[in-house]
Design a protein around this ligand. Structure first.
Ligand code: KIV
Length: 280
């Protein structure tokens, strides 16, 4: 199934064939290149950039300008993967006009293939308005970090029958509104299974168990680059933080001891020429 540029029909086909979709967040040129070369299907320029790259306490302060800046870098580093730009807080809620205009910026300026926005049934009319303009939209239900305060923190959603039913409804409403894919964050595994079976579009889970059509994780979490907290659903495949600290400490040690740079790291000049510089 490998092909040049990943498309929506390729992602749909993966769901149909029972092949898992892979998605990882990317925020810059080098991470995009590495993920693209590793064959990841979808790069999500998540508003999580605010926390893992920009050092904010939440995703709330992230601006459209910051998102576009990071999307441009990601699109410069990507050849095959499908790129989704994450619409930041208040970039799509204020008015339909503003939502369409901002979604358009992700495509025109950011080089993205699609946008993602958080929310269920209550944002279905916004999803419809943006998709009607020809911009593909990925939904995001369950734990929606832009509403973490309303949800009383970063908690698992849909644990009781009422909220679980509301999430099923939301997924159906988003699909009906034209969403081409739905991210499901922090919901019970069997609820994610039901939703995945109830909608035709692919579902991609993060903390939503193994039955989704695909999985997404944050780049810095997979690589052990974000040390402030590690959610239960994260699998760290490597601890780069400790490896980076080790490498940088070694550099410090060698500079201080005079072991770096060595001859092979230096540009040489004829000593006779150098002498002339002093004489002059
Ligand atoms: O911003 C982000 O990284 C996300 C993922 C957690 C899905 O929305």
């Amino acid at each position: 199934m490998d092909q040049e540029k990943v498309t929506i029909s390729y992602l749909m086909e993966k769901k149909r064939m029972g092949k898992k979709i892979t998605m990882v967040t990317a925020y810059d040129y080098p991470s995009a290149r590495l993920l693209d070369e590793a064959g990841i299907d979808v790069l999500l320029v998540g508003d999580s950039v605010g926390m893992v790259v920009l050092g904010y306490d939440s995703t709330i302060p992230v601006t459209m300008d910051e998102m576009i800046h990071h999307c441009k870098a990601v699109s410069r580093g990507t050849k095959r993967a499908f790129i989704i730009g994450d619409m930041p807080f208040l970039s799509y809620q204020v008015s339909i006009e503003k939502a369409i205009e901002n979604a358009g910026r992700f495509i025109k300026k950011g080089g993205c293939d699609a946008v993602k926005l958080e929310g269920g049934s209550e944002v279905a009319h916004i999803v419809k308005a943006i998709t009607d303009m020809g911009i593909p939209v990925c939904g995001h239900i369950g734990l929606t970090p832009q509403r973490a305060t309303m949800l009383s923190g970063y908690r698992v959603q849909g644990k009781d029958i009422e909220t679980a039913k509301a999430l099923i409804r939301s997924a159906k409403d988003l699909e009906k509104a034209g969403a081409f894919m739905i991210v499901m964050e922090c919901i019970p595994d069997l609820l994610a299974k039901i939703i995945t079976e109830e909608v035709q579009v692919p579902t991609v889970g993060i903390g939503a168990g193994p039955y989704c059509d695909g999985q997404v994780l944050v780049y810095h979490d997979i690589l052990g680059l974000f040390e402030r907290f590690v959610p239960k659903f994260v699998k760290q495949y490597i601890n780069l933080s400790s490896q980076i600290k080790e490498a940088v400490s070694k550099f410090k040690e060698e500079v201080e001891s005079g072991d770096f740079p060595k001859d092979e790291h230096s540009f040489h000049m004829d000593p006779e020429e150098a002498k002339k510089l002093i004489e002059d």
